[in-house]
Design a binder for this molecule. Structure first.
Ligand SMILES: [Fe+2]
Length: 236
């Protein structure tokens, strides 16, 4: 935990210095992971106002998800595919090789300046041009008993670069993100990602996990809202 915090602080300091000096942002291929602030997280939170219409039927716990693939054109990021999603069982022992049908991302959310800025910031943090980004908009709910956010446990997603952008944490405790260099290695990065922050990491070199969460003391129910962004390098 201690070395993870030190690494995080040095990563944050380098990112801040890069922003201050106006130089190129950190690239996850060079640093393996970086913590990136998100602009206008309050506006991004409004994207989840009707998320209850998009139930995720593939998990036992209460979850909601919209999914789509976006691509950058001269006019900005736009939706190019929606709906069906499949992940290899090589990467997901829990739901791998199963075709999952999700509600599409909402057109007005994709077109919004806050979403465009989020995707621009993700693309600026990865090493190569990212012709397409897979976008998962996810709410996981919990009550007083523990909810497992990642049934497959420590894993890789099978992309080159992955980002977890925390949009909101409402009356929850737990849900601590960790990164490690191998499935069975101790985590070298452990962080409770606050709303308004995105962790971007090299999915080829790191393994990730999120600890269980439960409702905060005194609350009967809570939820955590994230955008997960996944991309292959343009050469891939
Ligand atoms: Fe993942």
């Amino acid at each position: 935990m201690g070395s993870g915090i030190l690494l995080l602080l040095s990563s944050m300091a380098a990112a801040l210095e890069a922003m201050r000096s106006g130089s190129s942002p950190l690239l996850v291929k060079d640093v393996e992971y970086c913590l990136v602030p998100i602009a206008n997280v309050e506006a991004l939170a409004t994207h989840f106002e009707n998320i209850h219409e998009a139930a995720d039927a593939y998990y036992e716990s209460e979850r909601y998800r919209r999914y789509g693939v976006v691509s950058r054109t001269e006019e900005g990021w736009s939706l190019v595919r929606a709906g069906r999603f499949v992940q290899s069982s090589a990467y997901n022992k829990y739901l791998g090789d199963k075709i999952r049908a999700y509600a599409p991302l909402r057109a007005q959310d994709v077109a919004s300046p806050e979403f465009q800025a989020l995707l621009d910031r993700f693309a600026a943090s990865v090493a190569h041009a990212t012709p397409e980004v897979h976008v998962h908009q996810i709410r996981v709910c919990c009550d007083a008993s523990s909810t497992n956010l990642v049934p497959e446990g420590v894993h890789q997603d099978g992309y080159d670069s992955v980002a977890i952008a925390c949009i909101d944490r409402h009356a929850v405790q737990g849900a601590v993100t960790s990164l490690r260099k191998a499935r069975d290695a101790d985590p070298h990065f452990v962080f409770e990602l606050p709303p308004g922050n995105m962790i971007v990491f090299d999915d080829r070199r790191l393994w990730h996990d999120v600890s269980p969460m439960l409702a905060a003391p005194g609350a009967t129910k809570g939820y955590r809202d994230i955008y997960a962004l996944l991309a292959h390098d343009s050469e891939g």
